[in-house]
Design a protein around this ligand. Sequence first.
Ligand code: HEM
Length: 508
Amino acid sequence: MAYPIAILSCIIAFPLCWLIRATILKKDETRKLPAQDCASPPRLLNQRPLGIDRLEQIFRANNEYRLMELFLFHFRLWGTTLEQVFLGTHAFGTIEPRNLEAILSTNFKDWSMGPRRRVMFPFFGDGIFTQEGEDWKASRDLLRPQFVHKQYEDLEVFRKTVDNFLEALSGEKVVDLQPLVFRLTLDVTTSFLFGESVNSLRETSSSDQGNFSNAFNIAQDFVAKRMRLQDLYWLVGGRKFEEACKTVHNFADTIIQRGLSRDKTEGGGQDRYVLLDFLAHNSPDRTALRSQIINILVAGRDTTACLISWSIFLLVRHPHAMQKLKMEIQSCLGDKVDICRSDLRQMKYLQNIINETLRLYPSVPVNSRTATRDTILPTGGGPDLDQPVFVPKGTAVAYSVYSMHRRPDLYGMDAELFRPDRWEEHMPLHENPTNSKWGYLPFNGGPRTCLGMDFGMAEAAYTLVRLVQKFPDMGLPPSTKVELVGVEKQTMTLVLSITEGCLVQLYQ
Ligand code: HEM
């Protein structure tokens, strides 16, 4: 089906890629269902030879910035697990909680990350995001204890950067918050990792810092494009990509060196937790240290930036929700800006807003895994769509949490609406323990669950509170076209961002 090709790669740019794959498919990959009760799920029908029409459809949807809408449409039309044969290659897509449980948890060992490592390696190097098996486990065991509340309980790691963010907004009337939010999360994450921020929000930041931010964006864009090409990732690269990776690596090396030689006994020292200090003692060499740092930087920056941007985007389009949030902030904090974690925990409505934003706009809306051996998806096949589906070794399965989070049978008939209050109510999702656990997955699930979930949520909550406190009357600029949720243009790279930005009117 088109999903893995499209979802995995997001946009299929080169049919050639799949033609090559189809040609080199070995004979033993012919699909034969095993003797158990497996059955095929609905298969997307190709109208033109080799499924070229699918390619056109995906190109068109991508050019119109509505790829997620297309995927959603197919799942709605055919079922929650689908198959497609495209240019001779079989692949599956699913939005079924039971299947996600099997892929991400119960049958974890049957699945790999596919070509991710090869695609990302020049930029990411060898780190938690690109590793598998024992290497990944070692990184995970090393890093997991470092993401505990106490490292940022006082919110100090966010404070200075959010001050800079708010300062950058003063004097502005109408502003696109999205690019500034991306800078904010870069500054926060570098601050957490290195003990010093790259200060991309400050105009006074050095040219090295500016070069780093630019190079970081360029390298990320290349990686996203390479992901789209999957096995033909090597077609995208070249000097510009190499130079961007080198700039990021050199800058990271410098800042690592500076961080490690910091005098921690005198004024140059600091009492705040710095991940770099810990990792330095636990990495075999500088290259390994740098790679691990870059992996976390990439994992933490765009995801959180998207969450914050979409939250604001939704709030200014839902004045009732904005009003309710303002009232909660006022009753919990008054004008206090010296907020700590326990203040944020009290704010249930704020939490509901964040949950609802991640439901409708999960930062990583589609993901995929590849079968490392013959395996099954527990459900989705046969006439009643409830029989197991056989997945042969080497086959990709894409899963779209964006589409799953919009299922009316899980979230109710108003699943398409932004309604934070639903998180206080009973939802169909909760009628079944598997759906309850695997039907809401903005941070993935199982052994590879996001390590920065709590950090990202705290960062988003704190930023939103400070923003609303400073600009309580913030709203949509006059004459902005308001569309239905999900109909606005969306840009899909490794994450889902707002194509036309997050324009707001600030009343100073
Ligand atoms: C709202 C914010 C965030 C969202 C929605 C999010 C989402 C995700 C998702 C979906 C994955 C799984 C990716 C995959 O398996 O393909 C992931 C993994 C990961 N995330 Fe996050 N993330 C967020 C913030 C952060 C932050 C702030 C950090 C660190 C500072 C972080 C660190 C990681 C790491 C290290 C992994 C890899 C875990 C592993 O493979 O074992 N994330 N995240």
